[in-house]
Design a binder for this molecule. Structure first.
Ligand code: G1P
Ligand code: ZN
Length: 543
């Protein structure tokens, strides 16, 4: 046996954030850094000997090296089998799909999602449980606790496993099966949506453009959109996953998906545009010269869900993260189904889906998904939209405008202040918390503060409580300003300000969101003293 037990020292900074452990690549390359975290996962989850794991990532820089290390550690820790995506590739939703389909013990996903990749950029690792979803906070806390006291890890000395050909290999008695990363996922999509109707739509001259942003969804989108659905060649752009995402920021929003935005707002723009992020779980939906906010997209999918075969029985319920607009709540009310408000991060949806309480869920941060897997799913959202478009035979814009006319419009925007000095960002939050009493009842122009709080969530399934999940300032007309610190950044602190105003008057639905929200934005800056406290005049990104 060539299994070695290697003595190690703990690192103090291995606390998983909103979505696993994310750090700069050089941090992960420190001696034993990755090994410590992986051993902490194995020690915490205590899988039975011979258990099966899924392993794959978004293909960013360090993906391949990390996979080899993890395979050798899994073999040394008594796992029986690891299913790994060819080339080390598995999108986050595909990994969730594979964990569920083959009922594995869990899976390890290597990704820093929408953060840039490269030798000095971001890398990440997270553990997903047997339901296919991100580990709950109880598990991530246990992993963190373990990482603080770890004294040794186990690894076997073996040659690297070839990842580029499908097939089965043996590594110190453990089976490594290299699987096609796309086929299981594509089959699942075919079972949910009316591929024949979408094929007919595309054959009828409906033009689409999908931007894979040089990230993991390229092969998935090529196979499904161009292959199975017959979209014109070239409908999928930036389709080859690159270790540095072509130097870009693989985040599907109006700022970073600029190639696509230019096409969709240009002359001769296609009918439908979409993009997904580094690991394929986020999505942005565009029509011809038209942007659909993620919060509206969730509400629209919910309102039209029964048009897709996989959802024709209707929805059990809807869940949205707290900062996400309440557009979906209105649909839930009309459908007479429950709507849950959870903290930010996909891990809070898992319990609700496992308990059969919700079918659809979403976040304002370009994340939408359903109980078909336990992650958000970028390409799934695109196919859902295409299915709806194929049935309704209207433009994206017409469908959205009809939705607003029926339910009212929730104007929405998020301002991100990235890479702030941590103290300044904490200072803004502390100042706001200290202002709750003074703010309550205060009038600002047409807005009066009804209540302020620090959002706290009690999971209705396991009764676990998550506190301090974002500061809410709620006005008497239901408008909201939310302040929250990001849990995924790797540089300083990122402060997010979320703004929402409800408008029932359809003569005002054509307004630009920034125009409609101008007064709320001014209030947000005033009550937080954000400019003086951070020295930032403008946000880094507005979505
Ligand atoms: C961000 C988003 C959040 C999402 C997460 C992972 O987290 O805001 O909705 O679930 O990325 O994609 P944050 O940086 O705000 O903690
Ligand atoms: Zn992602």
């Amino acid at each position: 046996m060539t299994i070695r037990t290697v003595p190690t020292q703990p690192y103090s900074d291995q606390k998983p954030g909103t979505s696993g452990l994310r750090k700069k690549v050089p941090v992960f390359q420190q001696p034993n850094y990755l090994e410590n975290f992986v051993q902490s996962i194995f020690d915490s989850i205590a899988a039975p000997t011979g258990a099966t794991l899924v392993l794959g990532g978004d293909g960013r820089y360090y993906n391949r090296q990390a996979i080899q290390i993890i395979l050798k550690m899994a073999a040394a820790n008594g796992y029986g089998k690891v299913l790994v995506g060819r080339g080390g590739i598995l999108s986050t939703p595909a990994a969730s799909c594979v964990i569920r389909k083959y009922q594995t013990y869990g899976g390890i996903i290597l990704s820093a999602s929408h953060n840039p990749g490269g030798p000095t950029e971001d890398f990440g690792i997270k553990y997903n449980s047997s339901n296919g979803g991100p580990a709950t906070e109880t598990v991530t806390e246990a992993i963190y606790a373990q990482s603080k006291t770890i004294a040794e890890y186990r690894i076997c000395d073996a040659a690297d496993v070839g990842l580029d050909e499908l097939g089965s290999f043996t590594l110190e008695g453990m089976q490594v099966e290299v699987i096609d990363p796309v086929s299981d996922y594509a089959e699942l999509m075919e079972s949910l949506f009316d591929f024949a109707a979408i094929r007919a739509l595309l054959a009828g001259g409906f033009r689409i453009q999908f931007d894979a942003m040089h990230a993991v969804n390229g092969p998935y989108a090529r196979d499904i959109l161009e292959g199975r659905l017959g979209a014109a060649a070239g409908s999928v752009m930036n389709a080859i996953p690159l270790e540095d995402f072509g130097g870009g920021h693989p985040d599907p929003n109006l700022t970073y998906a600029h190639d696509l935005v230019e096409i969709m707002y240009g002359d001769d723009a296609p009918d439908f545009g979409a993009a997904s992020d580094g690991d394929g779980d986020r999505n942005m939906i565009l029509g011809h010269h038209f942007f659909v906010t993620p919060s509206d997209s969730l509400a629209l999918l919910a309102a039209n869900a029964t048009l897709a075969p996989g959802y024709k029985q209707g929805l059990a319920g809807i869940a949205r993260s707290m900062p996400t607009s309440a557009a979906a709540d209105r649909v839930a009310a009309a459908l007479n189904i429950p709507c849950y408000e959870t903290p930010t991060g996909w891990k809070f949806f898992g319990n609700l889906m496992d308990a059969g309480r919700v079918t659809l869920c979403g976040e304002e941060s370009f994340g939408t998904g359903s109980s078909h897997v336990r992650e958000k799913d970028g390409l799934w959202a695109v196919l859902f939209w295409l299915n709806i478009l194929a049935v309704r035979k209207q433009s994206v814009e017409a469908i959205v405008r009809e939705h607003w006319a029926q339910y009212g419009r929730n104007f929405y925007s998020r301002y991100d202040y990235e890479a702030l000095p941590t103290e300044a960002a904490n200072g803004v939050m502390a100042y706001l918390r200290a202002s709750f009493a003074a703010l309550t009842g205060t009038a600002f122009g047409k807005y009066t503060v009804q209540m302020c709080d620090d959002f706290s969530y009690t999971d209705p399934v396991d009764a676990s409580v998550s506190r301090a999940q974002g500061i809410r300032i709620i006005f008497t007309d239901g408008s909201r300003i939310i302040f929250r610190l990001s849990g995924t950044g790797t540089e300083g602190a990122t402060l997010r300000v979320y703004l929402e105003a409800y408008e029932s008057d359809s003569s005002r639905h054509h307004l630009d969101a920034q125009q409609a929200l101008a007064e709320l934005i001014a209030i947000a800056l005033q009550v937080s003293e954000l400019r003086v406290r951070t020295g930032r005049e403008q946000p880094t990104v507005i979505t």
